[in-house]
Design a protein around this ligand. Structure first.
Ligand code: ATP
Ligand code: MG
Length: 356
């Protein structure tokens, strides 16, 4: 059986009376690319620090290569590199920032070639004599990625590396970094709040809520089979209802608490038996305007709020359903409070979970 490159066992971290982390088991295998997601304060950065040997847990342990090869914390840290949201660059030239990292790890040999390679790879060759304080956020983040990669770490940790960057800068760097991660044999753990970054950077998602790992799986599993209410809310299933299944089939039928019926495609193969109490999750984005084949509702507009460049309408149809309208439809419909609006929800967009 393959041995994890990094694993945490019975890990807990307490500060005073506050339990920040409580991880019974977490395994990372070589060449895994993991996205760590969770609400603010759920312990993502704390877990990253434990895994990177930057903090010591209160109880439990983190094992690198099953505890073999690298004995001291310094040796362990040398197998890893961390990139933070705010690039932590030293007050010396870009070139020296990268060189310094290599120097303190005793990797001066061939360092010129390495530095040159990563300067070119991250398109910052022209910045090599500049001081970090004069760099833009995007440039500084490129430098901190170059510095991390020049160390040739076995594991790369990235804590929201793109969150301070504007959209085009982020898109460009995301593409480049995802290419680098694919090409090198690196294992990576990537924290983000922007789920659109996940497919570029990770093939597995781990969800942390309240210091605990509540779900692990592919992005699809997390988004379409959220294991708990918290995960459902985190991934955008903002309509949460309760009911029970009254008929099972290719398209199953559920009855909401208020008696209304909904059809849902039970394609997740949930082992949910009839008459069992369930939770129902729907993403507002999945509610369609107009009539459809199933789940047609007519609702009264209760609230209209801006939603980025779109609009979010809260409709009262016995239950509250939200509808996201883009500007085009908004201008055609010109909805006002009290108007009636028809919507439908495709059965495969309704997700159910055992209410326990
Ligand atoms: N050194 C510390 N001293 C006291 N409390 C801490 C310390 N580090 C973290 N915490 C607390 O631990 C909890 C988890 O923090 P952490 O920074 O790990 O969350 P996070 O998931 O990274 O959040 P965010 O998404 O906002 O970055 C928070 O309540 C935080 O206040
Ligand atoms: Mg954090």
């Amino acid at each position: 059986m393959t041995v994890p490159i990094l694993e945490a066992n019975n890990l807990s971290w307490k500060i005073g009376a506050k339990q920040i982390l409580d991880i019974s088991e977490f395994k990372i295998y070589e060449n895994n690319h993991i996205a760590l997601i969770g609400p603010n304060g759920s312990g993502k950065s704390s877990l990253l620090k434990m895994l990177a040997f930057l903090e010591r847990p209160t109880t439990g342990e983190v094992l690198l290569n099953n505890g073999n090869y690298h004995r001291s914390v310094i040796e362990k840290r040398r197998q890893m590199a961390v990139v933070f949201q705010e690039p932590l660059l030293l007050n010396m030239s870009v070139y020296n920032n990268i060189a310094y990292g290599l120097q303190i790890r005793g990797m001066k040999k061939q360092s010129k070639e390495k530095i040159q390679y990563w300067l070119e790879r991250l398109n910052i060759q022209h910045l090599k004599n500049r001081h970090p304080r004069n760099l833009s956020g995007g440039e500084a983040q490129r430098v901190s990625i170059a510095r991390a990669m020049a160390l040739q770490p076995k594991i790369l940790f990235l804590d929201e590396p793109f969150s301070a960057l504007d959209a085009p800068t982020k898109a460009q760097l995301l593409e480049e970094l995802s290419q680098i991660i694919k090409e090198t044999n690196i294992t990576s753990v990537f924290i983000t709040h922007d789920f659109s970054e996940i497919p570029f950077m990770a093939d597995k998602v781990v969800v942390l809520v309240g210091g605990k790992i509540v779900q692990q799986g592919t992005m699809e599993e997390i988004f379409y089979k959220p294991a708990t209410d918290d995960v459902a809310l985190l991934v955008g299933a903002d309509i949460q209802l309760k009911g029970r299944i009254i008929e099972e089939g290719e398209i199953s039928l559920l009855q909401l608490e208020n008696g209304q019926l909904m059809s849902f495609a039970n394609y997740h193969n949930y082992k949910i038996s009839q008459k069992q109490n369930i939770k129902v999750f729907i993403r507002s984005e999945d509610v369609m305007l107009g009539e459809g084949s199933h789940n047609n509702f007519e609702g009264t507009v209760e609230k209209i709020s801006p939603y980025g460049l779109q609009y979010k309408l809260t409709l009262s149809c016995g239950i509250d359903i939200c509808l996201i309208l883009d500007k085009h439809y908004f201008l055609i419909l010109k909805p006002e409070k009290g108007d009636k609006v028809k919507v439908n929800i495709p059965p495969d967009r309704i997700h159910v979970l055992d209410a326990g």
